[in-house]
Design a protein around this ligand. Sequence first.
Ligand SMILES: Nc1nc2c(ncn2[C@@H]2O[C@H](COP(=O)(O)OP(=O)(O)OP(=O)(O)O)[C@@H](O)[C@H]2O)c(=O)[nH]1
Length: 596
Amino acid sequence: MQNLKRNFSIIAHIDHGKSTIADRLLEMTGTVTEREMKEQLLDSMDLEREKGITIKAQAVTLNYTAADGNKYELNLIDTPGHVDFIYEVSRSLAACDGALLVVDAAQGIEAQTLANVYLALEHDLEILPVINKIDLPSADPEKVKLEIEDIIGLPTDNAVLVSGKTGLGIDELLEAIVKYIPEPKGGMSSPLKALIFDSHYDDFRGVITYVRVIDGVIKKGDKIKIMSTNKEFEVLETGIFSPKMTEKNELSVGSVGYIITGVKSIKDTQVGDTITHVKNPAEKPLEGYRPAQSMVFAGIYPISTDDYEDLREALEKLQLNDASLTYVPETSIALGFGFRCGFLGLLHMEIIVERLRREFDIDLISTAPSVEYHVTTETGEHLIIDNPAEFPAGKKSIEEPYIKGTIIVPRDYVGNVMELCQEKRGTYIDMSYLDETRTMLRYDLPLADVVIDFYDKLKSRTRGYASFEYEMIGYKESDLVKVDILVSGNVVDAFSFIAHKDHAFNRGRSIVERLKEVIPRQQFEIPLQAALGSKIIARETIRALRKNVLAKCYGGDISRKKKLLEKQKEGKKRMKAIGNVEIPQEAFLSVLKLNK
Ligand SMILES: Nc1nc2c(ncn2[C@@H]2O[C@H](COP(=O)(O)OP(=O)(O)OP(=O)(O)O)[C@@H](O)[C@H]2O)c(=O)[nH]1
């Protein structure tokens, strides 16, 4: 029997029009009305819209009657667009049989386009090229077609030219989806295999698990189990997204929808895992499952110690919907009680910190982001550390994570990009010309240096024209040291960092220079030092000053004097005392920012 389902996702570089095209498809198939369309449906989170990125994979089912008279069920699975979420992209793609490759007719292929295409090819997906924005005067669809053929090696005979803005070509696109995206293969009577490609926590209904059924049928009342953990659950409801959650009696081969099981935590239904029946289970799970892994770590501290419990609750809540966020309590002499958090990448970290601030209204300090190091001690012990405070004194060797970075940039900026990559300890791999104006560069880079300020610098040095994408390539041995910052001879743990030996001096010096500017003079001299073990590598001194707030009030107005003293006391609350030195909160903020 013919399967009239088609499962696909849209892959595109940021701003090439993924959401706009998705909206048009929803509109043309009558899935949502124009009025409902006002809000861009597929990315609904505020923050997401602001940052112009799609964070969480989502799905929607469209009903489409094709020119051949058949009624098709088209399942569009939205994928996150950013490298931080590459694993989620990969799992969403695994739920599809094909992908629309959307390329902006005026911009051409970008780094992210390439990375996502390679992922789709790894999953054996049929790729349908879609050239968007053909309404633009600067559109050059023929040139973009050639690029797709030359750079990706993908034929473009069946490429569809569209304008997400005007709706031009969307009819043809729907027909092309039915024609070129393969129908789902799988056995109706085979043991159940369903891939979990996303999940979210709903306050009222518990965990909603997004699944794609590969083999078999799943329905209400079924006893199921998660294959990696063998945990068993009962199915309370099955349904599809149209785009609201709509109950359906069953999900069968090729279906994309949700199941509700009364699971309390999304940790129990991790993305990439396989669901099967307790009775007559599948023999083997679907390939490629691995738990999401933190790549970037940072300490997060409430500015006011009163907010500590609120911060813990907020993190707990965020984790309900984000299994890739990890946190453990941590204490810092300088910053007090907080949490060491693990993130998928820098953007993920920014999003979480921003949500803590906005949605939970907590004032925070985050320490400079770091990565996970593999250390072998002199006694042969292997340690994994993600916090400079844990850096062992005696060590034999230390390894750090490396990425392979791909940067596409207009030719004029190649010099700047190469310079930046060199500063970031990159190793040049190769360079190729995409067309007359654009160049693709590849470098191996240490992740630690990429997370610090690589994106920002790349943007400013190429005036925003560069696109950047990376993949992890593993660990490499490196000459790394820990640098401590001392204020009046006391180590301020929040400022300690791990760096390559050649960079230790510069970073250490810039921190003590900055501290000299932001710590107010006190009644005694304050030495500021950067130290590598017991060796001082940089030093500044804040000269002594007798600060007398009453100096200005030579008259006898006692109440005014009192007021000033009160004010000074207030200010002191916002100080952290390191030894006998009072350091204002702002000093931490400004130095940690610089450290970023
Ligand atoms: N002129 C023109 N503009 C378009 C077209 N399609 C999309 N745009 C515009 O391009 C910009 C990006 O479109 P989005 O649909 O948000 O792009 P996206 O790929 O989903 O972007 P991210 O969600 O940031 O990954 C928006 O300002 C759209 O209005 C088109 O066909 N023609």
